[in-house]
Design a protein around this ligand. Structure first.
Ligand code: SIN
Length: 355
């Protein structure tokens, strides 16, 4: 009688174990690559939401803080680096891009989440959008409040990002940026407020979708080439061509532009006023730069709208490229990658109209 009871208990335990294993198998496998930022930041007190230290908490602690992750994915964590994102650079991008491609090539990885500082999240997202060789979901997530703050947004943002990275809906949508229950596409997303939780927007064109009740809802999709459809390959690259940004303003002088050319830059993004206009004080420097083979892209400091080719400048005559709707920081990324393929301004212009 007694041994029958024990045998019965064993059977129940075995069934529970088999059921749990089957459930775990059904969940998507999502790898979280941690890179630092406010989502991993700590402050002196629970009310410290400015003046905290970014990039302090490791990936295991980030995962442990959200036990709910286990209900939506089989999660693994990796600390790729630990930085405040104002220190993001081309070397970190190459390292991250290569790691993402290695992981996504594995059949046991269904999606990737990258935790990142919000200051340059849009740049990393666009870089990965151009160099990731897979249609599997890649979601970049951050937080506006450090982990130690009252109502820290990191845990819910991480939960939503893991959910999104493991979802069927996110497959083939390009690299996504998700915070504040909203989903943005890498090409158009930008940070619009220094400190509020709803800082990430896609001006004029709108969010791709929302996350509500543990489910992603998509309404739009980027029309530009990305990820598996992109021609850019970083697998054999150890560096990227030097490209810098010059900002346009009233009383513009050419000192910064000339200094970048003298430093050996291969390309310069000119974030001009209005429709990418060039002050007459800078035009001679641009002509000289072109004679030296430096590619000059006319972007705009306005942040919205198309920079019209041959609009505010004779781009054909000056042999310039226009950025289309890319802001200057994203134009810089596309130009660096374009320069790994060609120095021909007509080819580079085609690239700017495709990506
Ligand atoms: C950073 O970008 O690393 C700091 C700011 C933030 O994550 O919100």
């Amino acid at each position: 009688m007694y041994s029958k009871k024990i045998a019965g208990q064993f059977l129940i335990l075995a069934c529970v174990a088999v059921f749990s294993a089957a459930q775990a198998q059904k969940l998507p496998n999502v790898t979280i690559l941690a890179t630092g930022g406010t989502i991993a930041g700590t402050g002196a007190s629970s009310t410290t939401t400015v003046g905290y230290t970014a990039a302090k908490i490791g990936v295991d602690a980030l995962i442990d803080a959200v036990p709910e992750l286990k209900k939506v994915a089989n999660v693994k964590g990796e600390q790729v680096f630990q930085i405040a994102s104002e220190n993001m650079n081309n070397d970190y991008w190459l390292k991250l891009g290569k790691r993402v491609n290695t992981l996504l090539a594995q059949s046991d990885v269904d999606g990737i989440v990258i935790t990142h500082g919000t200051d340059t999240i849009e740049e990393t997202a666009y870089f990965l959008n151009l160099v990731v060789k897979s249609k599997k979901p890649v979601v970049i997530v951050g937080a506006m409040r450090p982990a130690t703050a009252i109502s820290a947004d990191g845990p819910i943002n991480l939960y939503n990002a893991v959910l999104l990275a493991g979802s069927q809906e996110a497959i083939g949508k390009g690299v996504l940026v998700s915070l504040n229950d909203q989903i943005n596409g890498a090409r158009e997303v930008t940070k619009t407020n220094t400190s509020t939780l709803d800082t990430f927007k896609t001006p004029e064109l709108g969010f791709l979708g929302y996350i509500q009740g543990s489910k992603p809802y998509f309404y739009r999709q980027s029309t530009r080439r990305n990820t598996a459809d992109s021609e850019f390959d970083i697998s054999n690259l150890n560096s990227l061509p030097a490209v810098d940004i010059v900002y346009g303003y009233a009383n513009m002088n050419p000192i910064a532009f000339n200094a970048f050319v003298a430093s050996g830059d291969k390309g310069i993004i000119h974030a001009g006023v209005g429709d990418g206009s060039l002050a007459s004080t800078v035009v001679p420097s641009i002509v000289e730069a072109r004679q030296k083979g430096v590619i000059v892209v006319r972007s705009s400091r306005v942040g919205q709208g198309i920079v019209a080719r041959n609009g505010e400048a004779d781009d054909d005559k000056l042999d310039l490229v226009v950025s289309d709707t890319l802001n200057a920081q994203k134009a810089r990324i596309l130009l660096m990658l374009a320069l790994t393929k060609t120095n021909d301004t007509k080819e580079i212009q085609k690239i700017f109209y495709q990506y």
